[in-house]
Write a new protein. Structure first.
Length: 402
């Protein structure tokens, strides 16, 4: 069995693990009691307890979770110390303690079973509950997960540029379409474009961006032709199109020229890789936001969304293509998790942020009933989204959807 089938576990597990690690580190820094940090879901498979936290591996290898003391979780608000077992109730528990030798020199008959047991689970101090912390600390904990995902995307992007480089097409023309602005202006196949309006272009992609941003506006091209430097003015024609991501109507500039089909790449120096990685991270984030905007405005069909099956399939394909493709997928998925978690849905970080801010403005916590209703609404929303993306995945799997 090829290792590539493990790629979905590695990709999704890493992205979710990093997210939860952000919450955990922030909770520790804020002084919130966090007795469990788990890699994976389900029951505990293995672990080690360091201090007050049980660092564990759980049986279901999909992501992970952090357990924090909270007013909404009675167990976590009352028990500190992790693996200490609760005592049997009443005199049976008292007598068991005496018979086992854990308590010396006391008479179980004289011991009051209703009194406080000096051993066993202890109440967590209220000042270590998540809700007891100032709003700034709670916000710090809630945004730490998405921040870690953004950092993961940035680190992976820097690694991609440092080790693999940035693929690009040189700004050398292979064809000039007759009757189009490029031909009318005198551009020829073989011309190399060095700058647009005095600003250097590094590759054909930057050249296209400058032209696209100038529909109907004359631009001056610095061209190299057979060793000679030329200045050629061309006016891009206005072309109506739609954004491939959001379906939004656009007007762009076109001149009718294509590049030499030869991809170049080389590893970048670290400083340059950091700059490129930063720009790439912002580009990915902007792309995700454009898609979300398109969904809200109805310009992007929900049929384009993918779920766990799509992620698994993409992970396997990326792993088969090579480590570079796998890293690129991790960067893309991580920034998706970061942005989507900020959506104002109660079960997500964005919804929790809104609820905590609202309670602070209100001056008191929402009632238990109100919080339950809000969380149920969030659960319904998340389940609906899950059903939609799973349905899309199944349709693609059987070949009904593209």
């Amino acid at each position: 069995m090829s290792w590539t089938w493990l790629a979905p576990v590695v990709v999704f597990g890493l992205v979710v693990f990093v997210h939860e690690l952000g919450h955990f580190i922030a909770a520790k820094l804020a002084g919130v009691y966090a007795p469990v940090f788990s890699l994976g879901w389900g029951s505990r498979a293995w672990g080690i307890k360091l201090g007050e936290t049980d660092y564990r591996l759980s049986w279901l290898p999909i992501g992970g979770f952090v357990r924090m003391a909270s007013r909404d979780d009675e167990t976590m608000s009352r028990i500190e110390g992790g693996g200490e077992a609760p005592l049997p109730e009443g005199e049976a528990g008292v007598r068991a303690m005496a018979e086992s030798g854990h308590v010396k020199g006391f008479n179980p008959v004289e011991y009051d079973p209703e009194g406080l047991a000096p051993f066993g689970p202890r109440p967590v101090p209220e000042d270590r509950w998540f809700e007891s912390k100032p709003l700034a600390s709670r916000l710090f904990i809630m945004v730490a997960g998405v921040t870690m995902n953004a950092i993961l995307t940035l680190v992976v992007a820097i690694a991609l540029f440092a080790f693999y480089g940035r693929p690009y097409l040189s700004a050398v023309l292979s064809e000039v379409v007759p009757g189009k602005p490029a031909a009318a202006a005198g551009l020829l196949a073989g011309d190399s474009v060095a700058a647009v309006n005095g600003t250097a272009v590094r590759d054909f992609g930057e050249f296209v961006d400058r032209i696209s941003a100038s529909p109907g506006v004359p631009v001056v091209l610095d061209v190299r032709r057979a060793g000679a430097a030329l200045a050629i003015t061309v006016t891009p024609e206005r072309t109506s199109t739609t954004d491939p991501l959001t379906g939004e109507p656009l007007t762009v500039g076109r001149i009718g020229a294509t590049p030499v089909a030869a991809t170049h790449r080389e590893p970048l120096p670290l400083a340059r890789a950091v700059v490129e990685g930063w720009d790439y991270t912002w580009m990915l984030g902007g792309t995700v936001l454009k898609i979300v905007k398109g969904l809200v405005l109805g310009r992007v069909s929900v049929r384009q969304l993918g779920g766990p099956i799509a992620i698994a399939k993409s992970s396997v394909q990326a792993a088969r293509s090579g480590f570079e493709s796998l890293l690129a997928l991790i960067a893309l998925l991580s920034i998706n998790i970061a942005i989507l978690n900020l959506l104002p849905i109660p079960l997500l970080d964005g919804g929790q942020i809104i609820m905590n801010v609202a309670e602070t403005v209100k001056g008191s916590a929402f009632s238990v009933r109100t919080r339950e209703m809000i969380m149920r609404a969030g659960l319904v929303a998340v389940l609906l989204i899950f059903v939609v993306v799973m349905w899309n995945d199944v349709l693609r799997l059987i070949g009904v959807a593209g």
